[in-house]
Design a binder for this molecule. Structure first.
Ligand code: NDP
Length: 305
């Protein structure tokens, strides 16, 4: 069998188009423009790339983007004061504080200072609790993107056996709650799981969020299963030659050994071009949802969990 490749890039483009449509309707019918504030503390190069990409995507979707760049030595109290100001700003419907924060700042304190209804990353403890108890919440973007792709591919997920590998607060745990919410039978595997291949082999749906290049092998996968590869790992790629400074070129790979898995799975997301593009699309989706909720308008269809 050769797996169907789930085109995350194409699907993310569809989601972004849908978001843009909702933004137009909010503006034309209600005079509202959804606004997303992104706060970056320090100069971490990867964070700078993410923040730029998020701002660009926000503007492309017709929304307002508010960028706040603070020095790496910004006192925690100043960051908390900015969050409080954004909480009160009616033009801001979503607030994202880019992680990781510098060590002198308590990330949990900052995240939990965000108005939960503006917490478009879905990391606030209230949103975690709401998701865990099946209440309406803001859902973390990466698992939301995975859920959207799975629903799009399968229609209903009810009754399916799902294995999530990884139990992080950002991906693994919220993913498991979302799959449970869609009536899957869910197993969460982690570094202490015994016989991981045997556990994965039970699954109709495998979500790998581990951070280990190519760990999940084709012979772990039940024939016909759907495999969602969240992993983003940069590895050396000598076949691509060397850079000007003599270092070996690199490439991105997932947590799944794509070459062996694609011959067994029914469907699989590639890396890159799978889950990655869905994360920013879902950030935009969450912002438009937050704007609709703040104004007691119907939720945008197909953009929430
Ligand atoms: P974390 O490091 O926070 O969590 C990794 C999880 O994998 C842990 O629960 C850990 O178990 C588990 N794990 C580690 N080694 C093994 C093993 N040998 N067998 C089974 N489980 C193992 O990572 P994240 O959840 O933040 O991210 C996971 C991956 O997803 C990374 O590659 C990251 O780059 C990527 N990612 C991609 C995003 C996207 O937009 N596509 C967004 C966010 C993350 P334990 O708890 O026992 O230590």
């Amino acid at each position: 069998m050769t797996a169907q490749i789930i085109d995350g890039k194409g699907f993310a483009a569809e989601v972004r188009q849908k978001v843009a449509g909702h933004v137009t309707r909010l503006r034309e019918e209600h005079g509202l423009t959804p606004g997303l504030a992104v706060v970056l503390v320090g100069e971490d190069p990867a964070s700078q790339v993410y923040v730029r990409a998020k701002g660009k995507a926000t503007v492309e979707a017709g929304m307002e983007s508010f960028e706040h760049r603070l020095d790496a030595d910004t006192p925690e109290a100043d960051l908390l004061a900015l969050v409080e100001k954004l909480n009160k700003d009616p033009a801001v419907h979503g607030i994202l504080v880019q992680l990781p924060l510098p060590e002198h700042i308590d990330s949990d304190l900052v995240i939990n200072a965000i108005d939960p209804d503006k917490d478009v990353d879905g990391f606030h403890i209230l949103n975690v609790g709401r998701l865990g108890t099946g209440q309406k919440s803001m859902v973390p973007c990466t698992p939301l993107g995975c859920l959207m792709m799975l629903r799009h591919h399968h229609g209903t997920l009810s009754g399916k056996e799902a294995v999530v590998i990884g139990r992080s607060n950002i991906v693994g745990k919220p993913m498991a709650h979302l799959l449970l919410g869609d009536s899957c039978t869910v197993t969460i595997a982690h570094s202490r799981t015994q016989d991981l291949p045997g556990v994965v082999r039970r699954a109709d749906i495998v979500v790998a969020a581990v951070g280990r290049p190519g760990m999940v092998q084709g012979d772990w996968i039940k024939p016909g299963a759907t495999v969602i590869d969240v992993g983003i790992n940069r590895i050396e790629a000598p076949e691509r030659g060397t850079n000007e400074d003599g270092s070996v070129k690199t490439r991105l790979v997932g947590d799944v050994d794509f070459d062996s898995a694609k011959d067994v799975a029914g469907a699989i997301t590639p890396v890159p071009g799978g889950v990655g593009p869905m994360t920013i699309a879902c950030l935009l989706a969450n912002t438009v949802t937050a704007c609709a909720r703040a104004n007691r308008l119907p939720e945008p269809e197909g953009l929430t969990a």
